[in-house]
Ligand binder design. Structure first.
Ligand code: ATP
Ligand code: MG
Length: 434
């Protein structure tokens, strides 16, 4: 006898038009319904659901008993005949001839895959393999994959070169943010918090536009709904342009990604109906932001970073994606280019969703002397940045770029509260497994 998974078809590929034809399907036992004379087995696969129907009076007794007994979430392969059935979820049912149990599921299940009984986030994350069997979680990760593909398509189309830079590094990127130390043979090394220094060094190579989609590691002890200790960042860097040019790339990219998500049929399973944001996004300066906040009774001293509560207040007032530009250099990294040399405002920007920050970027300092001075004035040692500074000594064009958090983008698009929901296996203060 042939293997029961040979010629396996997806549930949603089969149609009522195939009435009378033999098909084979394979998947998980989603639900069982015993109506006495009739027994329904709902089999779930990546594509959807197939109803397998057995009539007690007609079915082979041995098969009928085995189907009735197979535990929920077991993996089965079924060969049977298609029958048009208007009342079945996909307009057809399968009258089985054979069933092979490929893997028996233990009972009790860690969570309910039908989604009828909700689960706590911790339960979902602990049993992520099973949580992914629920419609909601499955669609979140299919959308995540579409988002990443859309980002690549957009940047590739514009001539960007995809790069991969090291995640094991010897020095801090920016100081400030805590790093995870690791032991590297006889030396200490760190997990990189951002590809910043490397993507900038590549601007001296003639690779005019580069991008990287990769993990960033931040050892901050925060326990919030928008921070991870391992996140995914989309980073770009472009030579011979200013901050304004990379802001335009960023807003067009975001609109493009939305356009690829809004036409995804699985969106309905998340009860969402997002709209493609209109470009250009609104731009306000840092000074205008603190002015607006002051009007709402939230006083920010000039040169102070915006707190989460300030971000929320602004978000409520603006109500759509927007940029905050012209930041005080004091709260931006050493590589942000001052608008006017010697002045305290930098050509730096943040892209904000009403709920949270999505991206940060700037025009970069490309003068070796200024960069070295900036590094030292932030209290960092220029010696440990020698490998980086060297790239600025032999011909470095002006350049600009940004870093965009993939999880922040997803959670804001899909109106998801907790960032952990959009990561398969999140790493946070407490969670190191699975
Ligand atoms: P925040 O102030 O919101 O903590 P940040 O300004 O420290 O973020 P950047 O260093 O500007 O973050 O990093 C660029 C982008 O990477 C951020 O806008 C965000 O989308 C994402 N990102 C940074 N840190 C994290 C994190 N810990 N978890 C998830 N995403 C992050
Ligand atoms: Mg930032």
């Amino acid at each position: 006898m042939s293997s029961p998974t040979q010629n396996r078809r997806y549930a949603n590929e089969i149609t009522a038009d195939e009435d009378g034809e033999r098909v084979s399907i394979a998947g998980w036992v989603h639900e069982k319904r015993d109506l006495g004379g009739v027994f329904f087995l709902i089999v779930r696969d990546l594509s959807g659901f197939a109803q397998v129907t057995l009539h007690k009076s007609e079915a082979e007794q041995e098969l009928f008993e085995r189907v009735k007994k197979v535990p929920r979430e077991s993996v089965v392969a079924i060969v049977g005949k298609v029958k048009s059935e208007k009342k079945a979820p996909s307009g057809y049912e399968i009258i089985p001839e054979r069933m092979e149990v490929l893997s028996v599921a233990s009972q009790v299940l860690p969570l309910d895959t039908t989604g009828k009984v909700g689960a706590e986030l911790d339960t979902m994350l602990d049993a992520r393999f099973m949580d992914l069997r629920t419609e909601r979680t499955k669609h979140i990760f299919i959308i995540r994959s579409r988002v990443l593909k859309a980002i690549r398509d957009f940047l590739d189309e514009r001539g960007f070169i995809e790069i991969n830079t090291p995640k094991i590094v010897s020095a801090a990127t920016e100081g400030g943010t805590a790093l995870f130390p690791i032991s590297y043979f006889e030396r200490e090394a760190f997990l990189n918090q951002s590809p910043q220094l490397y993507k900038q060094m590549l601007m001296a190579s003639g690779f005019d536009h580069v991008y990287e989609i990769a993990p960033i590691f931040r050892a901050e002890e925060h326990d919030t709904t928008k921070h991870l200790n391992e996140a995914t960042s989309v980073d770009i860097e472009v030579a011979f342009v200013s901050d304004r040019a990379v802001m335009e790339i960023l807003e067009e990219l975001i609109a493009f990604v939305y356009s690829k998500v809004v036409d995804y049929s699985g969106l309905a399973k998340l009860n969402l109906n997002p709209e493609v944001p209109k470009t250009p996004f609104r731009r306000i300066t840092y000074d205008e932001a603190i002015e607006l906040l002051s009007g709402e009774g939230e006083e920010i001293e000039w040169g102070e970073d915006l707190s989460t509560s300030a971000e929320h207040t602004l978000g409520k007032m603006i109500g759509e994606l927007y940029f905050i530009t012209d930041w005080p250099c004091a709260i931006k990294p050493f590589y942000a280019q001052p608008a006017v040399e010697g002045k305290s405002i930098c050509n730096a920007f943040d892209l904000m969703h009403p709920r949270l920050e999505l991206a940060s970027g700037s025009q970069r300092v490309h003068s070796y002397e200024l960069l070295k001075r900036n590094i030292e004035s932030k209290g960092l040692s220029a010696d440990s940045f020698e490998f980086y500074l060297d790239a600025f000594r032999y011909g470095m064009p002006p350049h600009a770029g940004w870093g965009l958090g993939v999880e922040r983008l997803l959670m804001s698009m899909l109106e998801i509260e907790n960032i952990r929901e959009v990561v398969l296996f999140p790493r946070d203060r407490r969670r190191l497994a699975p």
